[in-house]
Design a protein around this ligand. Structure first.
Ligand code: ARG
Length: 279
């Protein structure tokens, strides 16, 4: 486990090249509401969503990462939130099973992509789990959210499949309905999170396991600052999370602000659009 001193600007941060899967928001719109951020009455500019998403993809490529693409499907407007499509650890693919009927077809679409691209170790989910929306992978653990979307029983399913200790964390604030809206992995076993998004017991667990975590304010959480993607050095996060960017800089990270305002209308940002493929 990491025992880095909390705010050591001298700590040398090292980037590791990553492999991501993304889905262009060609068919993105908000026509149903399954989280408090979504309002079908509010207009969405799909062309702007595409431009913002392309900015994120280009940024990953500039940083030296590999980005694979899955073909967007008409009628699945939330498919852009690729993080929900699966969880991949050690090349093993745990398929997703969505709570809401509106998104159910995405589970098969993503598993098909992994089959077609040669990932032979795949697991068809028995219980509801919304991929990396609720499963976040640190060096030692799989952190697993429940309370709004993923079924708690999917946590044991993930532990059995991956052979990694899964830590269940209860989410209590409907704005932070997925774990990846309340917590992000920075590097190794170093994380950042918004304590108030978790039930008291889960908060205590986080404090015990990650005493050096970055604690994120209500203001930065409310602009989706925790929906971030780190490569160990660069942390891509919503640009409005300025206080958090400062905290990260003080720790030696390189925060990079991204504008994904159109995709926020669906209740997602940087991390939601990014599924990491771990080999
Ligand atoms: N509209 C989508 C939903 O509510 C947003 C998903 C955001 N994805 C995420 N990884 N948090 O399911």
């Amino acid at each position: 486990m990491s025992s880095a001193t909390p705010a050591d600007p001298q700590k040398k941060r090292v980037q590791r090249r990553r492999h991501y899967l993304m889905c262009k928001p060609t068919h993105f719109e908000v026509v149903y509401a399954i989280n408090p951020w979504m309002d079908p009455e509010k207009p969405v500019d799909t062309a702007t969503a595409v431009l913002q998403w392309e900015g994120l993809r280009d940024l990953y490529l500039e940083l030296g990462h590999t980005v694979d693409l899955i073909e967007p499907i008409v009628g699945l407007p939330d498919m852009v939130y690729a993080a929900n499509g699966a969880t991949v650890v050690d090349g093993k693919v745990l398929g997703a099973s969505f709570r809401n009927t509106e998104r159910q077809a995405e589970g098969t679409a993503y598993l098909d992509w992994f089959r077609e691209n040669g990932y032979t170790e795949r697991h068809d989910p028995r219980y509801v789990n919304e991929g990396e929306g609720d499963f976040l992978v640190t060096e030692t653990f799989v952190l697993a959210g429940y309370g709004f979307r993923s079924d708690e029983r999917s946590h044991q399913e993930a532990q059995a499949f991956f052979g990694r200790p899964v830590i269940s964390l209860e989410l209590v604030d409907p704005r932070y309905y997925h774990l990846d809206t309340a917590l992000a992995v920075l590097d190794g076993d170093e994380i950042m999170y918004h304590p108030e998004a978790f039930a008291p017991g889960s908060r205590a667990v986080l404090r015990t396991l990650f005493p050096d975590a970055v604690e994120v304010t209500a203001a930065d959480a409310a602009v989706f600052g925790l929906n971030a993607v780190s490569d160990g050095l660069n942390v891509v996060l919503p640009e409005a999370a300025t206080g958090l960017a400062e905290q990260l800089r003080a720790r030696g990270f390189n925060p990079i602000g991204a504008d994904l305002s159109e995709l926020l209308k669906g209740g997602g940002s940087v991390k939601c659009c990014t599924l990491e493929i771990r080999h």
